[in-house]
Design a protein around this ligand. Structure first.
Ligand code: ZN
Ligand code: MN
Length: 246
């Protein structure tokens, strides 16, 4: 079900029939314990899990994303956080949608894994939707599919800080422990937070709104079991959305 592993003939035979998933990620710091590709591993792994439950074509994940914001990803100063301008990301996604459409793809699901991407994902899809009249695209962020009940359960001890602050913290660490434990530096997992969290943006960002570690919340509350629960719930929700919308 991975487009990149198909031959052109195999691709031709499935692209017109199946839902096409395009995971969108980033190359971004995720603290001292997680690799730069967390926002790639999570949506890619979720898409692969979906492919075990229904026929889908999973396109190669976009490995770069829009710029990291200080209060939702630590900002642009961390080495390795390598980001695209919004216009570049829009054109990249638009080109992929147009090309896939040209080969017969009509049903698309954009599976976003990086908090700052979503406005640009929606903008690319908005432009694409004006160009064609027989395609449908659903866009979503995986964390929006986590129910309030599971949020209450997962954050019972630590408290829920909001999804923007949940960066390199409980849910992302848990999902990485489940999907790619070999990439998690277990001995480097820490809790951290910024000295203050303003409800507005400041350019350039002052130091006291960015934790030095790059961890924005309490990563020590993560566990593989939490990751497994999150993955199952999100995948079940995506399958349900796919059946409802396509
Ligand atoms: Zn992330
Ligand atoms: Mn991110």
């Amino acid at each position: 079900m991975l487009a990149e592993h198909m031959t052109w003939e195999e691709y031709r035979d499935v692209i017109t029939k199946n839902l096409i998933i395009l995971p969108v990620g980033s190359l971004e710091q995720h603290g001292p314990h997680l690799p730069l590709n967390v926002d790639v591993v999570i949506p890619t792994s979720l898409a692969k899990m979906v492919s075990e439950k229904m026929d889908v074509v999973v396109l190669p994940t976009i490995a770069y994303g829009y710029k990291s914001h200080p209060t939702s990803g630590g900002g642009q100063l961390f080495p390795g956080t390598t980001s695209l301008n919004g216009i570049t990301l829009i054109h990249l996604m638009l080109d992929i949608l147009r090309e896939t459409y040209r080969h017969g793809g009509r049903d698309f699901l954009m599976l976003n894994g990086h908090y700052e991407n979503i406005a640009f994902v929606n903008e690319a899809v908005e432009i694409f939707a004006h160009e064609v009249d027989d395609a449908k695209v659903v866009t979503l962020c995986w964390w929006d599919l986590v129910t309030d009940e599971l949020v209450d359960e997962i954050f019972a001890e630590a408290g829920f800080p909001g999804w923007d602050t949940e960066h390199a913290a409980i849910t992302e660490t848990s999902l990485m422990q489940y999907f790619a434990p070999e990439l998690v530096r277990e001995d480097k997992i820490i809790d951290d937070q910024s000295e203050r969290k303003p409800a507005y943006s400041i350019f350039p960002a002052p130091e006291d709104i960015i934790p030095k570690s790059g961890v924005l919340y309490k990563a020590t509350y993560a566990s593989r079991e939490k990751g497994q629960k999150l993955a199952k719930q999100v995948v079940d929700a995506i399958v349900q959305i796919a059946h409802q919308e396509f």
